[in-house]
Structures are given as structure tokens and as C-alpha cells.
Write a protein that binds this ligand. Structure first.
Ligand code: SF4
Length: 385
């Protein structure tokens, strides 16, 4: 089962911490708005060109609209993109189709129209339930708008609702972060993603930290907040299945994000739109991160690929360790069959030490991180080779 990612490179405003590729139409005036219309045509053309040039004989089990701010699009535009995908790929019945929504860009009717257009999972960028945090992050919505968005999404027919939250904001205390988690679980979303605020080079936040207008949270404090998150969510009915992701335990439904699990299982995926990445068998490629250049390339029926790389067996193996450990664990027999390497035998001493320290466990033939292990995931990856 393969996946498709669609990048929507528009935002109403650029948040201070963000380094995802997007443009702000208001800043580029009329040109920006006409670019948006051209973009939808180009995106559909990119899907056609790729499907004509590449034999993708796997069915598509998940589609993810990310960005940028996909919820800025009109539901009819989402429908057009889904129709184009359906015309060129075999989309599985019951495919998971996610749209990232910014609470400042949707209302109940629009959400209902997204649902009708085929979106069945909505990921809401809440980030914080404190208005001063949202102001600091320069989000375009308030906490009450975020809560209303959750209610609207539920009333619009979405059962599979995910929240994005950010911790380790400058000066954030444990009690303020706890209050965010409490408010999140009270709303009972199907899924919660919690990310530590990362300071990406060349973002306004980066310059604020450099000029001491804001102080970056220390590593120990960040680790404390993260450990607290794991304990809190696991004691409030959420199962951690990846470093940053938690799914509500529900006997009737599995709310883990199938799209992200596909990435972490090293499954094939195709990405469309500027800056989108693709991975197919042993090859990875990514599109140019420039909307005008992207449109120009598509106008001459050329795939807007920036670079390609063929992954060696050693690179694939390293990625399989990293991706497996950060999510649902490494299937040791599958790993042996794929890479002709016995990971557990070759790392016996390291593994038994990590088991003693309660950082990894071996369960049903899988080597998985424990809550303590997730905290030092990168360190553990480096120890295993
Ligand atoms: S809305 Fe999302 S994608 Fe857009 S600038 Fe803010 S964080 Fe980045």
C-alpha cells in the first residue's frame, strides 16, 4: 500500500517558527491570488505527468494534504485534486484522506464541505490553548477559535480528529504545558501530536533567539516536558506509537495515522507540489521549493524535481533502524530477510543493556522503544548498527 502527499504552499501569514515552504498571497497581491488558481491547475498537471511517466502499480491507501495551509483552499479545489488522483491512481476504498486545518481559516460549513469532498481525517493546528502563546507564535487564531474549530469539525461529521500541539515555548512552565494537555484530552480527539518547538535557521524565531529577545528552552527542561507528555497522555487513554504521536485507545477503531505509519514503515509514497518529497523503492526525490519555478516547469510538461538520490543498501538499512525505532519498532525477522543482517545478534550487548535500563523491549519479534527510550531515540539509533 502506497501513499500520496499533496503540498499546499499558501499561508495567510508566516508564523515565526515555521520553515515549511509556503507563500503568503496577501504579500504578493493579485499576483499571489492568480498564482493560487494556476497552482491548482499545475498540481493536477503534475499528477498527470507523473502518472504518465512512472508505472506506479501499488494501490493508494492514504492521501495527506499538508502545507502550508491546505484549509485555505476551497473544498471544490480539494475535490478536483482528489478526482484527478482517482483518475490516475488506484485509490483504495476506505483510504485515509487527511487535511491539515488552521482554525483561523475554516467554519462549520467549510468543514462539512471538506467532509463531503472526501476528507475523512482532519488534523487541526491548535499548538496551544493559551492566547499569549498563540500570540508569541504569531498564529492567526485564538484558543477559543481553536476550540470552536474542534466542535465544528465534530458536528461536520469528522470522527478522526487530530490535534497538533507545541511544547518548550520560551519560558513555558510545566503547569502551563499541563494545562494545554488537560484541555486537549478534555476534548477527546482521536489523535494528538506533540512537537517540541524547534528553532529552524533563518526563521524570525531563530533571529529572536540570537538577539536574546527570546530564550530557547534548555535541553533538560525540554526532556522533562516531553517525558511529562508521555506519562500524561498514556494515563489519559492515549497510546504512544511514535516519538511525537499518540492515538486514543479505542476498542472499536485504530486512530494511529496510517499515512505517517507508511512513511515510518519505509513504504512507497509520492509527493506533489513545491518542496514535496517522494520515495519509491530505492529512490528518493524532491520538488523545487519555489512556486513560480514550479508552475513554469509544469507549463513545459516537465516534472519539477529538484534532486534525486538512489539509496544504497547501507542507507536503506540505517533508515529502517531509525524509522522503525522512532515508531512501532523494528520487525527483527523482516529486517533479517530484507538486509541479511541479524540486528539483535550483532548488537546483543548493547540491546541487553538497553533492556536492563528499560529503554527498549522485545515483544512479538519486534524491538521497540519504551517511554524512557523515546526520550533518547536518536542516541539509541546511533548505538545500533
Ligand atoms: S500556518 Fe503552518 S505552514 Fe503556515 S506558516 Fe504557520 S506553521 Fe507554517
Amino acid at each position: 500500500m502506497a501513499s500520496i502527499y499533496i503540498h499546499i504552499p499558501f499561508c495567510e501569514h508566516k508564523c515565526i517558527y515555521c520553515d515549511f515552504y509556503s507563500v503568503v498571497p496577501a504579500e504578493t497581491g493579485t499576483e499571489g491570488y492568480s498564482q493560487r488558481q494556476q497552482y491548482i491547475s499545475s498540481l493536477k498537471a503534475e499528477i498527470e505527468i507523473l502518472a504518465e511517466n512512472k508505472s506506479c502499480n501499488e494501490s493508494i491507501g492514504t492521501i495527506f494534504f499538508g502545507g502550508g495551509t491546505p484549509s485555505l483552499l476551497h473544498p471544490s479545489e480539494i475535490e478536483q485534486i482528489l478526482d484527478t488522483l482517482a483518475a490516475h491512481f488506484s485509490i483504495e476504498a476506505g483510504a485515509e484522506i487527511t487535511l491539515e486545518a488552521n482554525p483561523g481559516t475554516v467554519d462549520k460549513n467549510k468543514l462539512a464541505d471538506f467532509r463531503t469532498a472526501g476528507i475523512n481525517r482532519i488534523s487541526i493546528g491548535i499548538q496551544s490553548f493559551h492566547d499569549d502563546d498563540l500570540k508569541f507564535l504569531t498564529r492567526i487564531h485564538s484558543s477559543s477559535e481553536a476550540k470552536k474549530c474542534v466542535k465544528d469539525a465534530s458536528e461536520a461529521g469528522f470522527e478522526n480528529i487530530s490535534f497538533d500541539l507545541i511544547f518548550s515555548l520560551p519560558g513555558q512552565t510545566l503547569s502551563r504545558w499541563k494545562s494545554n494537555l488537560e484541555q486537549a484530552v478534555e476534548l477527546q480527539p482521536a489523535h494528538i501530536s506533540c512537537y517540541s518547538l524547534s528553532v529552524e535557521p533563518k526563521t524570525p524565531l531563530f533571529y529572536m533567539i540570537q538577539s536574546r529577545q527570546a530564550a530557547q528552552v534548555e535541553m533538560e527542561r525540554d526532556a522533562d516536558l516531553y517525558e511529562f507528555t508521555i506519562d500524561f497522555l498514556s494515563s489519559h487513554g492515549y497510546e504512544q506509537y511514535e516519538v511525537s504521536n499518540f492515538a486514543r485507545r479505542d476498542p472499536a477503531s485504530d486512530f494511529k495515522c496510517r499515512h505517517n505509519l507508511n512513511y515510518w514503515n519505509h513504504s512507497n509514497y509520492l509527493g506533489f507540489g513545491p518542496s514535496a518529497h517522494s520515495f519509491w523503492i530505492n529512490e528518493r526525490w524532491w520538488n523545487i521549493s519555489n512556486l513560480s519555478e514550479y508552475i513554469k516547469k509544469i507549463n513545459i510538461r516537465t516534472l519539477p524535481v529538484s534532486e534525486r538520490e538512489k539509496l544504497t543498501a547501507a542507507q536503506l538499512m540505517e533508515e529502517a533502524i531509525f524509522l522503525g525505532l522512532r515508531s512501532e519498532g523494528i520487525d527483527l525477522n523482516g529486517f533479517r530477510r530484507k538486509f541479511s543482517r541479524d540486528l539483535s545478534a550483532e548488537n546483543e550487548r548493547v540491546i541487553s543493556e538497553l533492556i536492563k535500563q528499560d529503554k527498549i523491549i522485545l515483544v512479538n519479534g519486534r524491538m521497540r522503544l519504551t517511554a524512557k527510550g523515546y526520550v533518547i531515540c536518536d542516541e539509541i539509533c546511533q548505538k545500533l548498527h
